[in-house]
Design a binder for this molecule. Structure first.
Ligand code: ARG
Length: 393
């Protein structure tokens, strides 16, 4: 009997390497697909590893540009931040991976797709909701929900038994997901809330102690909500993000430690590193503050919260998200301007901001000479506001 073709979202890490073997044992012909969103695995190594693991074909696609342009930038414009600490790096990558899983399944004429996400995490939800919204006819196989391996230790034993190479890297100790928008680090000793994060767990950032004693100035320029220049030099969005990760990482920017609420109803602890994401989030917030009216700023808060929530919960290819994007596109037209920061030992300090759409009028704000504010209007204005407090009928 001819084997059924299946496309596996493959990273080369422990989970997906075990999946590759397990799925073949279940009778599938496995084609591996690996999306390069800026992970720590090298494309060539992934190809070799997947082939050695028995994949009949391997696709490795560099999707960093599409990721920056269509996923990261939307979230940045929205100001999406989950539970005050997470700029959604992992969550934003999943729908893009799903989009290509679907595309490859169609071109390969495969009826099955599979992933190596845990059965109690958010990523299974994000990937599967995205696949189901794009191609409801595909069947999804999730080995981690049904196989007999119940812990990372058992997976490592399974890998060893089946000649799957398990590098003795951090991956063994922590579960790490890395892309250009940030790193998520969990499991191992981090599961005990009494443990602080050991320095060696971090990938992108130095500690404040190790950061340079001298601060560094940084200027970012935006055009319609998109960061386009760093220190006056034009640069593509992907390179800009990668550059800010280096600069920010050196100055200990962007570490957060969050006990977060997962979609499946449990609290879990995740450590995040996102230097570029935090610098850009704060920089664009400065421009918004300058350009938007009070009503707009308040409304943007609602949008930001909804956007973060739908991204976190995996509702990316959905109606509400498209409509919010239309709002963001329109309202970002005025988000053009420059922000100058000083980075110093984990702090992002604003030095200057400017925009040709700035609503700030010095002549109205000043306490000095050349004041154009009409003080005599204030009394009548206050009296009107005080109407509810008037005594008598
Ligand atoms: N908690 C984060 C999220 O739900 C990251 C999940 C993946 N984390 C990991 N370390 N592999 O988006």
């Amino acid at each position: 009997m001819k084997k059924q073709k299946l496309i596996l979202a493959y990273s080369g890490g422990l989970d997906t390497s075990c999946c590759l073997k397990w799925l073949q044992d279940k009778g599938f012909e496995v084609i591996c697909f690996s999306a390069n969103l800026g992970s720590e695995f090298l494309p060539e190594e992934i190809k070799t590893k997947a082939k050695q693991g028995g994949a009949s074909k391997v696709y490795v696609k560099d999707l960093r540009k599409e990721f920056s342009q269509d996923y990261i930038l939307s979230a940045l414009k929205a100001g999406a931040l989950y539970q005050n600490k997470y700029l959604l790096s992992t969550a934003l990558g999943r729908p893009l991976i799903a989009k290509y899983l679907v595309e490859i399944a169609k071109s390969e004429n495969a009826k099955f797709v599979a992933h190596g996400c845990s059965g109690k995490g958010n990523d299974q939800i994000r990937l599967e909701l995205a696949v189901k919204s794009l191609a409801p006819e595909l069947e999804i196989v999730a080995p981690l929900r049904s196989w007999e391996l119940n812990s990372r230790e058992e997976e490592i034993d399974y890998a060893k038994k089946n000649n799957i190479s398990v590098e003795s890297t951090k991956n063994k100790i922590y579960s790490i997901d890395k892309n250009i928008w940030g790193v998520s680090i969990e499991a191992g000793l981090l599961e005990d809330l009494g443990n602080s994060v050991p320095e060696e767990a971090f990938i992108l950032t130095r500690s404040a102690q190790e950061a340079p004693e001298n601060s560094e100035k940084l200027e970012i320029e935006f055009f319609k909500g998109k960061p386009v220049k760093v220190n006056k030099k034009s640069i593509s969005l992907t390179h800009l993000i990668e550059k800010l990760n280096k600069i920010g990482g050196r100055h200990a920017i962007g570490r957060t430690d969050l006990v977060e609420d997962r979609v499946v109803g449990i609290k879990s602890r995740e450590i995040y590193e996102a230097p570029a994401a935090w610098i850009l989030y704060k920089a664009l917030a400065e421009i918004k503050e300058l350009v938007f009216t009070k009503e707009m700023l308040e409304f943007k808060e609602i949008i930001a919260e909804r956007y973060a929530d739908l991204t976190y919960r995996g509702f990316w290819f959905y109606e509400l998200k498209n409509s919010l994007d239309a709002f963001l596109e329109e309202s970002s037209n005025k988000l053009t301007g420059k922000v100058r920061f000083k980075l110093y030992k984990g702090n992002i300090i604003t030095l200057k901001r400017s925009s040709k759409y700035s609503q700030y009028k010095k002549s109205l704000a000043t306490y000095g000479k050349k004041d154009s504010f009409s003080r005599e209007w204030a009394e009548g204005f206050i009296n009107i506001l005080a109407n509810p407090f008037r005594r008598g009928k």
